[in-house]
Design a protein around this ligand. Structure first.
Ligand SMILES: Nc1ncnc2c1ncn2[C@@H]1O[C@H](COP(=O)(O)OP(=O)(O)O)[C@@H](O)[C@H]1O
Ligand SMILES: Nc1ccn([C@@H]2O[C@H](COP(=O)(O)OP(=O)(O)O)[C@@H](O)[C@H]2O)c(=O)n1
Length: 211
């Protein structure tokens, strides 16, 4: 059983996926961490992030391991844990460039498809490209201002700067970030985190919640 939760930047995907996954007793899978880790490695190696062969060769030489736990995902390169370094402003600024490289997307998709189900998968294209046969699909939205206000709790910049960066990233991510035709779209703006989680749980097919 796979449930997909896609959506725009800072719409609540990872917090909501964690809550849904805990309620179902399964792990969640944060696909964005793989793109973020690929970006961090590329920045550290001073690669041109537009250079697909260079980024891919570097990834193949420095394999990443995603640990999809219900309580929060962790990601490793060899013995080094990268998780705490992935939500910086510099990774935010570079990640959409790396995520636009088809070779990197194919590499990430292969990592994700190798994970053992059941799980909740969150990202941009979980319900469209990666797991089109998922048992239930959701897509989260909220206005840029609300998302920036939420993210301001986690970043040093002020709300207008965060909002501008989110809008720019939404634009760069637009190609791979569209709701699946069979996804339920949820505007999280007027809802609490728990409200979003309960909305999703209430819409899951009975066979998923009893599995
Ligand atoms: N519906 C909501 N109401 C209030 N805060 C929320 C809601 N959803 C998410 N948040 C908060 O917004 C921030 C961004 O959420 P996060 O799960 O990291 O989003 P994403 O994975 O889409 O980037 C977190 O601080 C989270 O607690
Ligand atoms: N399935 C995915 C997940 C993330 N991404 C890319 O990775 C970036 C970071 O995604 P994320 O989900 O960790 O971060 P937020 O957008 O939630 O801040 C996105 O801006 C996309 O460029 C993607 O292209 N496809």
């Amino acid at each position: 059983m796979i449930v997909t939760i896609d959506g725009v930047a800072a719409s609540g995907k990872s917090s909501v996926s964690g809550g849904v996954a805990r309620a179902l007793g399964v792990p969640y899978v944060s696909s964005g961490l793989l793109y973020r880790a690929a970006t961090l490695l590329g920045l550290e190696a001073r690669l041109d992030l537009h250079d697909a062969p260079a980024v891919l060769a570097h990834l193949q030489g420095h394999p990443l391991r995603l640990e999809p736990l219900a309580g929060g995902n962790r990601i490793w390169q060899g013995d080094r844990e990268l998780t705490g370094e992935l939500h910086s402003t510099r990774v935010d600024a570079g990640v959409s460039v790396v995520a636009a490289l088809p070779e990197v997307r194919a590499w990430v998709d292969a990592q994700l498809r190798a994970l053992p189900a059941p799980f909740v998968a969150e990202g941009r294209d979980m319900g469209t490209a990666v797991f089109p046969h998922a048992g239930a699909k959701f897509y989260l939205t909220a206005s840029p201002r609300i998302r920036a206000q939420r993210r301001a709790q986690e970043r040093p910049e002020d709300v207008p700067a965060i909002e501008a960066a989110l809008v720019r990233r939404d634009e760069l991510d637009r190609v791979q970030s569209a709701p699946a035709p069979d996804a339920v779209v949820i505007d999280t703006g007027p809802l609490t985190l728990d409200g979003v989680i309960q909305t999703i749980l209430a819409q899951l097919p009975a066979q998923l919640t009893s599995a």
